[in-house]
Design a protein around this ligand. Structure first.
Ligand code: NAI
Length: 341
């Protein structure tokens, strides 16, 4: 693997501990990375910087790729989400969240293999909220033809490259006729005009969620607007063992930030019990992205090596508490390192 400069943002809560574990595994696996560390979230605030420092954004723009730990967002008050700011400011419009059954992790379903594509820049995450009159507040849901078309095209192109054969859009266009209506119309158009060979389906999201928990194997790729994508990602995490095993990528045309789907988990922060696997899987996605972007097959080889090692670790019954095991964060990382071929 050619040496790369990559931005790392440890984040808040369990962020620093899982990030450190992942960096250790990457190094032992032979990933040649110069980490450029920057802060965001409460950690940045505590050091006297802005919650989303401009220099962190500049660094991602400069180096192109970042690995990010979760950042805390206060509920019902305080600053607006660092994660949302980062995705919008860098135009990381496609969130990609692969959800697959993990070896050795027993759940109700055995063969879950889904990819969720979430539109990352619009919807109710526009953050436009106001008080109309005391006791009455409103929040604006934004959809633009440009963004809806862009995410649909991105999803179909991904499906083609990854040999996926069906995309299901989940929506509520029976109620939100304009916004969700636009979302499905753009997807229909891209399907019809550019990717007619990929199967295309639509389902109203409430019924879609019921079908997901009854039999996830009927879905292949899901395409959703921002809020639905957020909620359905956690729902799908629940199908395969929880948030400890779902990685993610936020991808734009020029930059990409890789982060787990889970948050900063303040309830377990600092206790060395968090599962670092979701961030490790995100790092594997990052190495494969680098391989695709730069034709660096060395990066792909390191990614495969890590993936084989963590699959084997789980198969051998070495798991963190969230998956029914007993290992702490560091011990789990050691177990993966022991299995690097
Ligand atoms: P959360 O994902 O942090 O935690 C939900 C539950 O899952 C908790 O019980 C937690 O202990 C558990 N959990 C999460 N990750 C885990 C891991 N790696 N290993 C073991 N258990 C794990 O969601 P919550 O509690 O809703 O949010 C906490 C904070 O994180 C909030 O401030 C929220 O805004 C932020 N957040 C940040 C995200 C990001 O930076 N991308 C994404 C989601 C939430």
């Amino acid at each position: 693997m050619k040496t790369r400069d990559i931005v790392v943002i440890p984040g808040d809560g369990i962020g620093p501990e899982v990030t450190q574990a992942v960096q250790r595994i990457l190094e032992k696996a032979g990933a040649s990375i110069e980490w450029i560390e920057h802060q965001a979230g409460l950690t940045a605030l505590a050091s006297g910087a802005d919650v989303m420092p401009q220099e962190t954004l500049d660094a991602i723009q400069h180096y192109g790729v970042a690995l990010k730990g979760p950042c805390t967002t206060p509920v019902g008050k305080g600053f607006s989400s660092v994660n949302v700011q980062l995705r919008k400011k860098l135009n990381l419009y496609a969130a990609v969240r692969p959800v697959r059954s993990m070896p050795g992790v027993k759940t109700r379903f055995e063969n879950v293999d889904l990819v969720i594509i979430r539109e990352n820049t619009e919807g109710l995450y526009s953050g436009v909220e106001n008080e109309v009159t005391p006791g009455v507040v409103m929040s604006m849901k934004v959809a633009s033809e440009v963004a809806c078309t862009r995410i649909a095209r991105w999803a179909f192109r991904y499906a083609t490259h990854r040999q996926r054969n069906k995309i299901t859009v989940m929506h509520k266009a029976n109620i939100m006729k304009l916004t969700d209506g636009l979302f499905i119309r753009c997807a229909q158009q891209i399907h019809k005009q550019e990717y007619p060979n990929i199967a295309y389906q639509e389902t109203i999201i409430d019924a879609g969620c019921m079908r997901l928990v009854q039999d996830p194997s009927q879905f292949d790729m899901l395409l959703l607007e921002n809020l639905y994508g957020d909620v359905v990602s956690d729902l799908c995490a629940g199908l395969i063992g929880g948030l400890g095993v779902v990685p993610g990528a936020n991808i734009g045309d020029e930059h990409a930030v890789f982060e787990a789907v889970h948050g900063s988990a303040p309830d377990i922060a600092g206790k060395n019990v968090a599962n670092p696997l979701a961030l490790l899987m995100s790092a594997v996605m990052m190495l494969n992205y680098i391989a695709d972007q730069h034709g660096d097959e060395g990066a792909r080889a390191v990614a495969t090596r890590i993936r084989t090692a963590y699959d084997q670790t789980l198969e051998d019954g070495c798991k963190t508490r969230d998956l029914g095991g007993e290992l702490g964060t560091d011990a789990f990382a050691d177990a993966v390192i022991d299995r690097l071929g």
